[in-house]
Each structure stands twice: as C-alpha cells, then as structure tokens.
Design a protein around this ligand. Structure first.
Ligand SMILES: CC(=O)N[C@H]1[C@@H](OP(=O)(O)OP(=O)(O)OC[C@H]2O[C@@H](n3ccc(=O)[nH]c3=O)[C@H](O)[C@@H]2O)O[C@H](CO)[C@@H](O)[C@@H]1O[C@H](C)C(=O)N[C@@H](C)C(=O)N[C@H](CCC(=O)O)C(=O)O
Ligand SMILES: Nc1ncnc2c1ncn2[C@@H]1O[C@H](COP(=O)(O)OP(=O)(O)OP(=O)(O)O)[C@@H](O)[C@H]1O
Ligand SMILES: N[C@H](CCC[C@H](N)C(=O)O)C(=O)O
Ligand SMILES: [Mg+2]
Length: 484
C-alpha cells in the first residue's frame, strides 16, 4: 500500500520525504522488520524504539513514524505526537478498517471478560456462525486458533486479526478489552458495536495511579461503541460509567440482580452444578440455566443476554447456548477423579475473584476448603495482603505459594501476602514450590473437602525470572490424584 494511503487521517506534526513509497509491512519491533517496511518508533516503559532506527534501516525499513524531529536523507520520516495512537490508525488503514465490517463486541471490567466472551462464542457458534474471539486464553479466527500472549493484542496485531476474520467470513467478533489496551491505545480505531462492563475491583494498581484512574481507562470503551452499552448497574464502577455515558446517543442496557435494571435475574438458584434463574428483559422472560457455579455466573450470563438482545440474536439460541456451554478452561474447572474430595482449578488472581470463588465453594462444601494460591510478581503489590486476608477468612487451610514470580523474589511476594494474615491463627502454611503446594493440598484433603487451586487457571507456564517454564495446575493435579 502507498505510504500516503497508510497515513490517511493521521494527526501529523511534520512529514519529511516521499509519501509515494510502496510499503509492504508495518512493525513496531525492529527485531521483526522486513524489506520495504514502515517502522513505528515507540517510547516504551523499558526502552525507546527510536534508538533502533539505524538497525531498522539495515533491515530494509524505508519509512518511519517518530515522535522526535529526526531526518535521514533518502528515507521518509513522519513526526506525530503519539506513536501508539498513530500505530492504531495506520494499522487500521493498512488492513482497510476491518473492524467496521464486523459486529464487534468489546468486554471490559476487572473480572469476567474471558468468561463472557467464551459464553458469547458458545451462543454464536451454535447459530452456525463463523466467529472471531480475542482474549486472554486464545484468539480465534473462524477455524484458526492462536494462543494469546496478552489479553488484548497491540493495535497492529489486532487489526491484522480483524482482517483475517473478514477474509474467513467472520461476522461476529467478541473481544476482551483490558484497561492497559484502552490506556495504551491498542483499541483506538476499533469500531465496537456493543460494549459490556462487568465490574471494577482492585487490580493493576502498578499500572494505573489509583482505582479512579483504572475506572476512567475502562470507561473509554463506552465512547467507542455504535449500537449499545451493556452495564452492570449493581457495581459501583458500573453506576459511575452509566452516569458518564448516559448523555451519549448510544442506548444503554443495564443489568443486575439487586437494582432495578433493564435486564434482571429473579428466583436465583445456586448449586454446585451451576446457576438457574428467570431472566426478565424488556422483550421476554425466560428460564436460564448455566452449568458454571457461582453468583458471578448470573452476572456474566446477564451481560451476555444483554449483548445478544442488542445484536438481535434469537432468545432460543441464547438460552440453548448458555445451557450447553462447555465452560471456560481454568475457570471453576473441576478436575475429574474418583477421590471423595473435589479439586477445582480457577483463574482468581484478584481479591474480588478469590472472594467470589471461595464463597461459591463455601456454599456447597461438606468438609473443609483448602486453598492454594500466590500472587504474580512485577504486578500490583497492593492486592497481595488483601488476597491473604480473604483466603484465610474464607478457607479452612490456606497454602500460600508462588504464582508467576517473574523478576521478583518469590519469598518477598509471599511475605507481602502474609502481611494480611492473622499469624495467631495457624490455619495457613507457606510452600514456595507450587508443585509441592498442590501435592500438600491433595495429601491433606479428606472426604467432602474442596481443594481450590487459584490464580493460574488455563496457564500452562510459570514465569520465573525472565524464563517461561512449562507448568500446568491441571496437569499437576491429575498427576497427584493418580498417586494414592
Ligand atoms: C505495560 C505494557 O503493557 N507494556 C507493553 C509495552 O511495553 P513497553 O512500552 O515497555 O515496550 P518496550 O519494551 O519499552 O519497547 C519499546 C518499543 O521498542 C521496541 N523495540 C524493543 C527492543 C528492540 O530490540 N527493538 C525494538 O524495536 C518495542 O517493540 C517497542 O515498540 O509495549 C510492548 C510492545 O509494544 C508490550 O509487549 C508490553 O506488554 C507487556 C508484554 C505486558 O506484560 N503487558 C501486560 C501488563 C498487559 O498488557 N496486560 C494487559 C491486561 C491483562 C488483563 O488484565 O487481562 C493485557 O491486555 O494483556
Ligand atoms: N463477574 C465476575 N465477578 C467476579 N469474579 C468473577 C466474575 N467472573 C469470573 N470471576 C472470577 O474471576 C476469575 C477470572 O475470570 P475471567 O478469566 O473471566 O476474568 P477476566 O476479566 O478475563 O480476567 P483477566 O483480566 O485476567 O483477563 C474467574 O476464574 C473467577 O474466579
Ligand atoms: N491478566 C492478568 C493475569 C494475571 C495472572 C496471574 N497468574 C499473574 O501472573 O499475575 C494480569 O496481567 O495481571
Ligand atoms: Mg481475561
């Protein structure tokens, strides 16, 4: 594509050089550059991409998007205020603005994004749709699946996936929209038909200044939608977002249990097998059954019902899809065994998620709750003692271990967690090695107990230092369950 077409509509400070160049590739990482590329220089959190310009020229880059006043004879330099925002624009142009041709549903909030997108997938595929999904576990493009490395990809990858979806005949794409992606402009130039807000609780305070800053990042999604905003009105953050977006022309559909919402659940029955309730919407009332336990499943499915309503998906398809969902890998996943206790692997890595999951287990456990969990390194430190306190309060035995320590000392992370623990109460222990911690939990479990292994869910790795080693909670559980 011609460079002048790629930069169409871009907010530019200055252009030096030829805009009639034929660009074959765009990249923001010099390590991947090819011949005839446009290199986007990003000032990152770790390094400044501008320092790779010479390296990029050696690899065949002919044009550059920069934030500084740089010029090298024979090459084209386009100076902008913000390279990340510019990357979203040029990526969308490069792939012919594919998001406009999709029914794109964006889901944001602290917890529930992956679950909601997977429930939507199960409904939409049932309706014989070729679908797209972008999120924490994997990205799906029709029949192709790609393991994810982020919840929301960088704008360049994202627009490329959208283009592939169009080529594969995809009509609906459901997507997790992280607060990082909203703040770092990964989803600029995405045209969302529908936005869903789940909830706002403590997380990511390493990245966002405070909870309000985190909420404001999430709120941005609801200014990017064209058809409807679906908002959890029982949630404090949801109420604030509602107040902020209600003056927009986009219809809002609220959902909730406690408040007078547009979509409500009544006669809720919670069981170890899942949830059942009657949904009341402006268009219909129906009995809903979802085979995923926990009150939060009511919220997640209400959000899904709201989104499907605004997209015109027939109610029968929605009801059947929810009833027959295969669940979500690593989210309240019970590991099959012939032991007389249960083991559940879950992705709860925030205080709210841990509290929800433990309260759900408490609702049906006959014996003790034994919880194994840790917290990720190089991420929000404030949540560590809170999770320690919640685990101790809601479990009979807490085994505190490592999650993904990354570059932090695992013992230091555990020390932060036990800051929140009452040390007089001997109902906790520390076993740094996650495998040994899981082994201990299974060894001490007795009839009627529930072992909850929280924090890593579907992850099949552990990040220690800068190394990613194979580690899968489910695999480890199955191995130990075989040993008697
Ligand atoms: C905080 C954050 O999001 N950081 C992202 C950010 O890193 P950065 O800006 O620090 O990049 P950098 O490493 O300083 O490099 C600057 C630029 O130089 C380039 N570079 C670098 C080295 C080189 O040799 N050549 C070169 O060109 C880089 O490609 C980049 O364009 O930009 C990088 C690429 O542009 C991302 O890979 C990186 O995400 C890292 C991997 C990350 O872990 N992000 C997490 C926190 C994240 O995004 N999480 C959210 C939320 C999760 C959830 O709640 O579900 C997510 O959406 O996944
Ligand atoms: N609506 C909800 N409210 C609170 N907790 C929830 C909700 N839905 C799921 N959970 C809990 O949060 C965990 C993570 O759920 P899920 O993966 O769907 O969230 P997510 O928003 O995609 O998280 P991430 O930010 O890591 O991508 C689940 O394993 C469960 O413990
Ligand atoms: N999307 C979450 C994942 C956390 C998963 C947990 N296992 C960890 O590594 O902290 C985040 O980026 O904070
Ligand atoms: Mg997710």
């Amino acid at each position: 594509m011609k460079l002048k077409d790629i930069i169409y509509g871009l907010d530019i400070i200055n252009v030096r050089g030829d805009l009639n160049l034929d660009i074959k590739n765009i990249d923001y990482d010099s390590r991947r550059l090819q011949e005839d590329s446009l290199f986007i220089c990003i000032k990152g959190f770790n390094v400044d991409g501008h320092k790779y310009i010479k390296n990029a020229i050696d690899k065949g880059s002919i044009a550059f998007i920069v934030e500084e006043d740089i010029y090298i004879d024979g090459y084209t330099f386009i100076q902008v205020n913000d390279s990340r925002g510019a990357m979203a624009k040029v990526s969308s142009n490069f792939y012919n603005n594919p998001s406009k041709k999709l029914n794109l549903v964006g889901v944001t909030g602290t917890n529930g994004k992956t679950t909601i997108t997977h429930l939507m997938k199960d409904i939409l595929t049932q309706n014989k749709n070729n679908i797209g999904l972008i999120g924490t576990i994997k990205n799906i493009i029709g029949s192709r699946e790609i393991i994810s490395s982020k919840t929301t990809p960088e704008s360049l990858e994202l627009q490329g996936y959208f283009k592939d979806m169009i080529d594969a005949g995809v009509k609906y794409c459901v997507m997790e929209v992280s607060s990082h992606s909203l703040e770092l402009k990964r989803v600029d130039c995405c045209e969302f038909k529908v936005g869903i807000f789940t909830n706002l609780t403590e997380d990511h305070l390493d990245f966002h200044k405070d909870l309000e800053d985190y909420r404001l990042a999430k709120q941005k999604l609801f200014y990017k939608t064209t058809k409807a905003n679906i908002i959890n009105i029982d949630d404090e953050g949801g109420k604030k977002i509602y107040d902020s977006v209600k003056q927009l022309e986009i219809p809002i559909i609220t959902y909730g249990i406690d408040k007078n919402a547009d979509i409500k659940a009544k006669d809720i029955k919670l069981s170890p097998e899942g949830v059942e309730y009657i949904v009341v919407t402006p268009e219909y009332e129906a009995q809903i059954k979802v085979p995923i336990p926990g009150k939060f499943t009511v919220y997640n499915s209400l959000a899904v019902i709201g989104a499907c309503l605004s997209l015109g998906i027939p109610k029968e398809i929605v009801i059947e899809g929810l009833k027959n969902t295969s669940g979500v890998p690593g989210r309240f996943e019970t590991i099959n065994s012939n032991r007389n206790f249960s083991v559940i692997v879950d992705y709860a890595h925030t205080p709210d998620a841990l509290e929800n999951i433990l309260k759900t287990a408490k609702g049906f456990v006959k014996g003790n709750i034994i919880t194994v969990f840790g917290c990720g390194g190089d991420r929000d430190k404030a949540k560590r003692p809170i999770m320690g306190r919640i685990s101790q309060m809601l479990s009979d035995i807490s085994i505190i271990t490592s999650d993904n320590p990354r570059t932090e000392d695992p013992q230091k992370i555990v020390d932060d967690i036990i800051e929140g623990i009452d040390k007089q109460n001997q109902n906790y222990r520390v076993i740094l090695d996650r495998k040994q911690a899981i082994k201990e939990a299974i060894n001490i479990a007795k009839e009627g107990d529930v072992v909850i292994i929280a924090g890593k869910g579907h992850e099949d790795y552990q990040i220690i230092g800068n190394e990613k080693i194979h580690f899968d909670d489910k695999e480890v559980v199955i191995e130990f369950l075989k040993e008697e």
